[in-house]
Structures are given as C-alpha cells and as structure tokens.
Design a protein around this ligand. Structure first.
Ligand code: LCS
Length: 392
C-alpha cells in the first residue's frame, strides 16, 4: 500500500527487527558478514544472491537509509556515503572520464567547486562554470563531450534558483545527465527527479539528519546508475563508506524531517522580512520575498522557500564581521540545517577555496553573510539580530 509523504518519512525503510522485534533498527556495527559456506560467499561476490559481504559494500543500516531517501526523492535507488562530498565525488567519478566536459553553476558549495576547478583538470576533465539562470547560454555551452550539468537550487551561498526542468531538457537533448544537489531543500521542499533530474545528491549532514551530529551524504537515481556508483565510485574510487552508527542517526533524523523542515522555513520567512526592513541591509536574498527576482521560478518548483538566507550589509565586510561577532543566540559556525541557528561569512569561510576573482565571478561578495535559520523561537532570533545590528 502506498502512503503519503509524511507517513513515508516515518515508516519507509524500517521494519521491526526479525529476530527481537525491536521497532528501532539495531546498529549493525560490524565490518564483515559471515558466509555459511564457500559457495554462498562466491555467489554473493558474483551478485547472484542478495546478502551482505563487507560494510564498505553495504550494511543493513545503509539499506534502511537508502530505501527511505530513494522513495522520498522519487528515485529507483540510493547510495549512502560518509559525507556529502563522498556522495558527490563518487557520483562524478562514476559519471565522468578523461576528455569529458561538465557545465556547472557558477555558485555551488566551495568544496564541490574546488573538486571541479582544482582536481578535475588533473584527470583531463574540463568544467565550464556559468550562470545557469540563462538557459540559452547553457545550451550554447553544451559540447558533444558534455556529460554532466551540475547545479544546486537555491545555490550555496548566493540563493540563485536553477530551472531544473529546463536544465534537464538541455542535458537530455545532448549526451548529458543533470545532477542536482538538493541539500538546501530536502524532498520536503523540492523533488528534482520529478522535474527531470537524473541524479540527486545531498549533504545529509544538513537537514536530512537535522541535528548537527553526523557527517553523511546520499545519492539518488536510477537503479542502473546507482548500482555503478556503489560498484565503482564508492567501492573502488572514494571508499567513502558511512559508519553504521552514523547511518542509524541519519535514519532517526529523517523520520522527523517533514515536521522540522516546514518549521525552519516558517521562521526563515519571518527573519527574511525582518532583515529586509532594516536600514543596515543593502539586499536580502530569500526566494519567499515578494520582490525576489526568481520568485516565480521558486514557486514553480519549491513547496516552501527553504531556511537559508543571504544578506548583503551596506557596511560591507567590516560591518559584516562586527555583525557576526555580535550575535549571541546565532552561533558563528559553518554548516547548515541544524536545530541551532548558524551564521557565517562565505568569502572567508565556506567559499574561501575560491580566489577573489572566482568569488566575484560566482557572485560571492565580501559583504555577504549567510544565515541558517534553526528551530528556536523566531522572535528570540530576531531580538538577537537586533542587538547585533546595534553593535555595527
Ligand atoms: N553540498 C552542499 C550544498 C553543501 O552545503 C555541502 C557542505 C556539501 C555539499 C558537502 O557536504 P559534506 O561533505 O560537508 O557533508 N556545506 C557546508 C557549508 O555550507 N558549511 O559547512 C559545510
């Protein structure tokens, strides 16, 4: 029987333990699995028989997370990884070979940018970073050897919205797949595969887990492609295996995602409106604001507007530094999607791998401040921001 999304968040992927009846899945904290005999071991290695072999190749705690996220994202299969970067690199190393070309959004998470910008050239893979909001320019950038279009939506940290359906169409007119990093949204807000994307990746460290106590990643896609990600990217190339304990924590976090995420978003809307009305703020970037340039596109593909906000202060970097040093309830820290509200400065922190020129080309100004709205009372968060404004 197929249930609605919220019910799937709670139930999917978990079954009472067949031996003890434990409702919460036990932690299979083991590196290896015993075979009953040589033939069984050989059959499992050949893929002729279902069953676990060695935790780098799979573990019951992985399977539970994979079943849940595949269903919630509307994909056929999923692979968990030891970090968001573990998932992203395993997907890209699987999809790409020397001589291939990638079209990527100009603004993406700093380490994803660094992977493409600094590491790919060493292996003969070229990346064109560009403003993906201009679909004609994306079409023009496509080459016969373009194998991947890569984006986040909204982008970290500049909040650009990518037209996922439009990009999927361009990818499929060529020889490419569309990979969407859905970290900022979760499937509660946006389901890229329904819009035509081929692969969804996440830093599960963020809203999927939601409690700031795990580093993890997932990739979702077709059974065929995810099979290759597991058998090539994760198994042989990155080895980015998630620990069973972290898989257990991630599954627990995902059970409440449909309750947490809308609350994050509701508070973010209040805080974005507050920021927009402040005289110290030059620009508030939040897709839920009526005058946000890409609001219509956000409305088309997002159920809520997320809980990430970027602000540009009139006083630039100096004012921004004083501001983030002056908050008390907002924690000065990178990461996002935790119960605690976080504030940080992308140019010197999450996106410091980009040179000044690359930051400018990506739309990351020195005065940009990024806020991750947590689950506290939004009025307390606003009071704390008021005090920080008074200090600049
Ligand atoms: N994708 C996005 C959109 C991210 O924001 C991050 C991490 C990653 C992928 C990588 O995931 P990880 O390997 O860390 O699990 N973003 C961070 C950020 O904005 N602050 O600290 C980490």
């Amino acid at each position: 029987m197929s249930h609605r999304f919220d019910t799937q968040c709670v139930h999917c992927g978990t079954h009472p333990d067949p031996v003890t009846g434990a409702l919460s899945q036990p932690i299979y904290q083991t590196s290896t699995f015993a075979f009953r005999n040589a033939d069984e071991g050989a059959r499992r290695f050949k893929g002729e028989e279902e069953g676990y072999i060695y935790t780098r190749l799979g573990n019951p705690n992985h399977t539970a997370v994979e079943e849940k996220i595949a269903l919630l994202e509307g994909g056929e299969a999923a692979a968990v990884a030891a970090s968001g970067m573990g998932a992203i690199s395993s997907v890209l190393w699987t999809a790409l070979s020397s001589g291939d070309h990638v079209v990527a959004a100009r603004a993406i998470y700093g380490c994803t940018h660094a992977l493409m910008n600094h590491q790919f050239p060493r292996f003969g893979i070229e990346t064109t970073f560009m403003n993906l909001t201009d679909l004609n320019a994306v079409k023009a950038a496509m080459r016969p050897n373009t194998k991947v279009i890569y984006c986040e939506s909204p982008s970290n940290p500049t909040m650009e919205i990518a037209d996922i359906a439009g990009l999927a169409k361009i990818a499929h007119e060529g020889n490419a797949i569309l990979v969407v990093d859905n970290t900022y949204c979760t499937p509660v807000i946006q389901r890229p595969i329904e819009l035509g994307a081929d692969v969804v990746v996440h830093s599960a460290t963020k809203y999927l887990n939601g409690h700031g106590d795990v580093i993890a990643g997932v990739a979702v896609g077709s059974r065929e492609f995810i099979g290759r990600v597991k058998g090539e990217g994760l198994k042989d190339m990155t080895g980015a295996t998630l620990s069973p304990f972290d898989a257990y924590l991630l599954l627990r976090g995902m059970k409440t995602m449909h309750v947490r995420v809308p609350r994050h978003c509701e508070s973010a809307m209040k805080i974005a409106r507050f920021l927009q009305g402040r005289p110290e703020v030059a620009e508030t970037r939040y897709p839920g604001l009526d005058d946000y340039p890409q609001k219509a596109l956000a409305d088309k593909q997002m159920k809520y507007y997320g809980a990430m906000i970027a602000v540009e202060l009139k006083g630039g970097y100096e004012a921004g530094k004083k501001f983030i040093d002056s908050t008390r309830l907002w924690t000065l820290a990178v990461s996002l999607g935790d119960a605690e509200s976080l504030i940080q400065h992308p140019a010197s922190m999450t996106h410091s791998a980009l040179s000044d020129e690359e930051q400018a080309a990506s739309g990351i100004s020195k005065g940009l401040i990024r806020l991750s709205v947590g689950l506290e009372d939004p009025e307390d968060l606003i009071d704390d921001l008021k005090n920080a404004f008074a200090a600049i």
